[in-house]
Design a protein around this ligand. Sequence first.
Ligand code: NDP
Length: 271
Amino acid sequence: MTDRYAVVGNPVEHSRSPTIHALFAEQTGQVLRYERLLAPLDGFETCLRAFAAAGAKGCNITVPFKFDAFELCSHRTERAQLGGAVNTLRFDADGWTGDNTDGAGLVNDIQKNTGRPLAGLQVLLVGAGGASAGALGALIAAGPARITVVNRTLDKAQALVASHAHLGVPLTAATLAEAPAAQDIVINATSTSLSGAAAPVGAHVLKPGALALDMMYGPKAQAFLDWAASHGAEPRDGLGMLVEQAAEAFFFWRGVRPDTAPVLKALRATL
Ligand code: NDP
């Protein structure tokens, strides 16, 4: 039987993951099938158990189930544990293992694809939801000089910073209005782009030539990208992060690391 995988979410029809994993499989000669699975908002666990019982090997988890997936795992990788959320599940013989590849995806995109080593830089992470929680550990591991987490709800930024404070890099939590000036890298991990808004922080956060990355991709990211470019920053959307996190998941399942560059190029051509 062909090995089966899926992306499970609600909504899920917009997901590019089936295309990405089909391209990875073709490139690496792996034989697998990757589909979309729409889980009812009140039926995530039932949906997942049915998929695993049908012989599937694993799945990606997307909005809004990453925290539920974390609870359902019998084993979790260190990075999933740290972020408290799971975006990749592997159905092993001795239980489900949960991983979180979002942070590695983000860091790989920044360091490998834009050629900016994070070490020694001032990083501003805007947002303290699931995406930020998944990303912060990997950002810290890359060794920036400081990371400031700003959020509309200050409590959430403070909680996120507190849960990562033992990792060694100076971390600060603040409100959106208190966002520091002249940052080397600004990452928008809020969902504000969903409504076509530009950036939830002022342009003073951008050092000239800064990298300004929105985790969103497609037409909805355009307002943020225009805002960044008009203030002298290098704009970047979340498509590279998406492909890189998928490559990490592919490796987690198959033990094979695909080349992401041609896949990102092919995907960008379809936007
Ligand atoms: P969550 O719902 O968990 O968090 C949303 C965040 O956005 C919170 O910090 C929230 O602040 C903030 N926010 C929402 N509305 C506003 C507003 N009007 N003004 C200011 N802040 C606001 O979402 P996720 O963290 O899961 O996802 C965030 C984004 O990242 C989404 O756009 C998602 O598509 C993208 N993403 C992209 C990935 C990729 O591979 N490219 C991977 C994962 C996510 P508050 O706490 O105050 O509510």
